[in-house]
Write a protein that binds this ligand. Structure first.
Ligand SMILES: [Zn+2]
Length: 437
């Protein structure tokens, strides 16, 4: 029988707000009790936060970070995508595992405790399936296992290069499946995830560009679990959707799919006021990736007008940190509206929305996985801070430098800001990058 473990915080952020002298009791990776107003006991820390879910990642793109920031003409999302296609051609399964391990380690050090891997790099470099169609998914699961991060595996269905079922391009050959192949891939993903303590599996029709309406229905009907889709990230995508269907992407999706609590609409950057209201009422989660959306020049999500659920994702992984995403989410609103303090309770809302999008229960509460972050109360930005001033100071004035320990499923995987496997993960990643570059 497993014995219980106790972690105690002077102050901790619980689902209904900040509490003092909080004892968290953990058994077999899960929180079994959260008790405020208790005496110090067990492993004692000053500040406890729920771990942040990272609802959208393409792990392999971490290896491209810093390679696409030089002006080479009229650079756009679409020219970035061409560079990404060339980069992806060379990656082997070993490479994918090495870069995913690096990204997941950095996520844990950056305050993320679970990742939604929107996984679309499926096949060998010539486009043929590996002997095991889920080989690459198994490498993602291996990287999650090695680093300890929680995994929601979202195998991507990708079949077309543009609206109306256009044939895929050569650069997309490693991503492409038909419906039968996707069903086998999904089965392989379930097996790969089964080895992890609390992994979940969803489905991810890539975008309205890459799937037909019939394929969208088939894919979302294959499984109960989360449904994630890229949508309305770029103005050109909105224009192409209108040319194809007469409707904008979010409008089309809300009209033609049963969008509800299972769904995460990733980006949803370009919406009318009507779409913004309808999305909020649908109970779907908006999957916001502020750092990547800024890096790719996507645009600014209409957060001030949006009353629905949202979470954050590190998407291209050009820079990884929960506080970085939240800070930029708010700063983009301030810059475009010329106001201050536009969003409220961002940390709490992103924990709740992110957990829902990843199909798990949220926060420091009985029944949830023990996914927790402690902050260093001696960090200059945190001295003397209590309650909401703590999250404000972490997000706006400190960032990941303030992270001390991170627990994932009850296990302390980061101490003093460093992941336990940092040396081994770095050694393998360095060897891979020295070969690739
Ligand atoms: Zn994405």
């Amino acid at each position: 029988m497993m014995s219980n473990e106790t972690v105690w915080f002077e102050q901790a952020l619980l689902p209904d707000g900040w509490a003092r002298d909080v004892r968290v009791t953990i058994s077999a990776g899960r929180i079994i009790e959260v008790a405020p107003g208790t005496a110090r006991a067990g492993d004692c820390h000053a500040i406890g936060l729920p771990g942040m879910p990272n609802l959208h990642s393409h792990a392999f793109q971490r290896a491209m970070a810093g390679l696409t920031e030089r002006r080479s003409g009229d650079d756009t999302f679409w020219s970035w995508r061409e560079v990404m296609y060339r980069f992806v051609e060379r990656l082997t399964p070993d490479d994918v595992e090495a870069v995913a391990a690096l990204a997941y380690m950095e996520m844990l050090e950056g305050g993320f405790t679970r990742v939604g891997e929107f996984h679309y790099l499926h096949h060998d470099s010539d486009g043929r399936t590996f002997g095991d169609i889920a080989e690459m998914a198994a490498r993602i699961a291996a990287a999650a296992d090695e680093t300890g991060i929680g995994l929601t595996l979202l195998p991507v269905f990708y079949a077309h290069s543009g609206f109306g079922g256009q044939p895929p391009s050569h650069g997309q050959r490693r991503f492409i499946n038909d419906i039968d192949g996707y069903a086998r891939l999904l089965d392989g993903c379930r097996k790969a995830a089964a080895a992890l303590p609390d992994a979940t599996v969803g489905v991810a029709p890539h975008s309205l560009r890459a799937v037909t309406p019939e394929e969208l229905t088939a894919v979302t009907g294959m499984k109960d679990g989360p449904v994630h889709i890229h949508i309305a990230e770029q103005v050109r995508e909105v224009e192409d959707c209108v040319a194809w269907s007469g409707a904008r992407p979010v409008e089309w999706l809300l009209d033609h799919a049963e969008v509800g609590r299972r769904w995460c609409l990733v980006h949803a950057t370009h919406m009318t006021g009507d779409e913004t209201g309808r999305l909020a009422r649908s109970d779907a989660v908006a999957g916001l990736c502020p750092v990547t959306e800024a890096d790719l020049g996507d645009g600014v999500f209409p957060a001030a007008d949006y009353t629905g659920a949202y979470g954050i994702g590190s998407d291209s992984n050009v820079l990884i940190g929960a506080a970085d995403e939240l800070r930029l989410l708010e700063y983009a609103q301030r810059l475009s509206l010329r106001k201050r303090n536009v969003l409220e309770q961002m940390y709490e809302r992103a924990v709740a929305g992110g957990a829902r999008a990843l199909g798990v229960s949220a926060g420091l509460a009985a029944g949830a996985s023990a996914d927790m972050v402690s902050l260093d109360a001696s960090h200059p930005a945190l001295i003397g801070k209590i309650g909401d001033r703590v999250t404000d100071s972490y997000v706006f004035a400190a960032g990941k430098d303030a992270i001390d320990c991170v627990w994932r499923h009850g296990r302390k995987v980061v101490s003093g800001g460093r992941h336990f496997a940092r040396q081994a993960v770095m050694r393998r990643y360095r060897a891979m990058m020295e070969r690739l570059l």
